[in-house]
Design a protein around this ligand. Structure first.
Ligand code: AMP
Ligand code: MG
Length: 355
């Protein structure tokens, strides 16, 4: 587990550096910030206000909230350990094909919205993807296995969110078939970042930035009343950006093929898997979603990545208050209509703007 943390330490540090604030001085408000390694990534929280003690307390509580979510959704603690017994996801998986499991309000909500987007994406987003993630060894250290077609076919039999039953009265979750494995890796971090921001607001904080390894939530404007400037990483040169988002009271979440991958025979295999063919999805290099809710932005970043720019953009344009910028594997950049004001593309000779 420790090794797994170190593997992502450097990637997360780079992501944090680029998806961060740029420019200008702030006014007289006190700034307080802290950073922790949590949910397999670096999480930094930056807050502004009048009272340093309140700021510190708020940040501590926000991290505690993220830790709580991490513990509920972690699917890799040692079997039988306290962490295993306290993880809703472990308990759900343990009971696959056997019995419904009562879960926390938060895991239940995450599952409800995930299943909604399973339907809206016609199966591109599927939280029953666990057997495939494990088959490809993305939880292993190092992630390394290229499975054969037969193995993929067998794993795919259990990747089917239609077989997840939610009971809204009893708040239970049931994976109806043995062999199914729930994986909330595409949603938990964004959901946790949203709850962290909510906690900061409860402390009266009006200007803040939560950066969970590229899952960004901003509260209000910067203290100097300018928008927060968030760089969108160039997925093929992480020391550079493809453009800058100007945001206030919003979330921006990126899914990219560069975030977790391994190479065999010069082919790069990444962690966002198509539930249709069981292989890494290939239409997108990266996609950044901007919307009010970071949990939703996280779900959508993975969903749109699998769908690809053309089909994905149709979904974006149908959804109220959701915007996206894609870097397609055709090396074109696709910007949704509502983002034109908020996203400034950087001059470059690598990518072309899609018409
Ligand atoms: P993200 O980085 O938010 O796009 O999430 C990627 C993670 O979500 C992976 O590491 C898997 O745990 C999980 N995942 C991979 N493919 C899918 C998919 N098609 N639908 C839902 N979750 C997925
Ligand atoms: Mg996601």
């Amino acid at each position: 587990m420790i090794k797994r943390y170190f593997r992502f330490f450097f990637a997360a540090a780079i992501a944090a550096a680029f998806l961060s604030v740029t420019g200008c001085s702030d006014n007289a408000e006190t700034k307080y910030s802290d950073e922790k390694f949590l949910m397999d990534t670096f999480i930094s929280i930056e807050v502004y206000g009048a009272d340093k003690e309140v700021l510190e307390k708020a940040v501590t509580e926000a991290f505690a909230e993220m830790m709580r979510l991490n513990n509920l959704t972690d699917r890799y603690p040692k079997k039988g350990s306290d962490a295993y017994l306290n993880s809703d996801v472990c308990r759900i998986n343990e009971s696959a094909g056997k019995a419904p499991v009562k879960v926390s309000e938060d895991v239940y909500k995450m599952m409800e919205i995930s299943l909604d987007y399973y339907n809206k994406s016609h199966g591109a987003f599927d939280i029953a993807v666990g057997p495939l993630v494990d088959l490809w060894g993305f939880a292993d250290d190092p992630p390394h296995k290229v499975p054969n077609d037969e193995e993929i076919k067998n794993a795919l039999k259990f990747v089917n969110a239609d077989w997840i039953q939610l009971d809204p009265d009893n708040k239970t979750v049931f994976l109806t078939h043995p062999g199914m494995i729930l994986d909330l890796g595409a949603v938990a971090k964004g959901y946790a970042a949203e709850l962290a921001a909510k906690k900061l607001k409860e402390y009266g904080i009006e200007h803040a930035l939560v950066n969970a390894g590229g899952n960004i939530v901003v509260i209000g404007y910067r203290p100097n009343n300018e928008k927060w400037r968030i760089g969108v990483e160039d997925p093929r040169d992480r020391e550079s950006i493809v453009g800058v988002l100007s945001l206030a009271d919003e979330a921006a979440v990126t899914s990219g093929d560069y975030q977790r991958n391994f190479t065999v025979d010069n082919v790069v295999y990444h962690h966002i898997l198509s539930p249709f063919d069981g292989k890494p999805a290939r239409k997108t290099i990266s996609v950044t979603v901007v919307t009010k809710d970071s949990g939703l932005a996280d779900i959508l970043s993975t969903t749109l990545f699998v769908m690809g720019p053309e089909e994905g953009m149709k979904l974006v344009e149908k959804l109220d208050g959701v915007e996206a910028v894609f870097v397609g594997s055709d090396m074109k950049i696709y910007i949704s209509s509502g983002l034109k004001e908020k996203f400034k593309l950087k001059d470059n000779d690598k990518y072309q703007l899609a018409s």
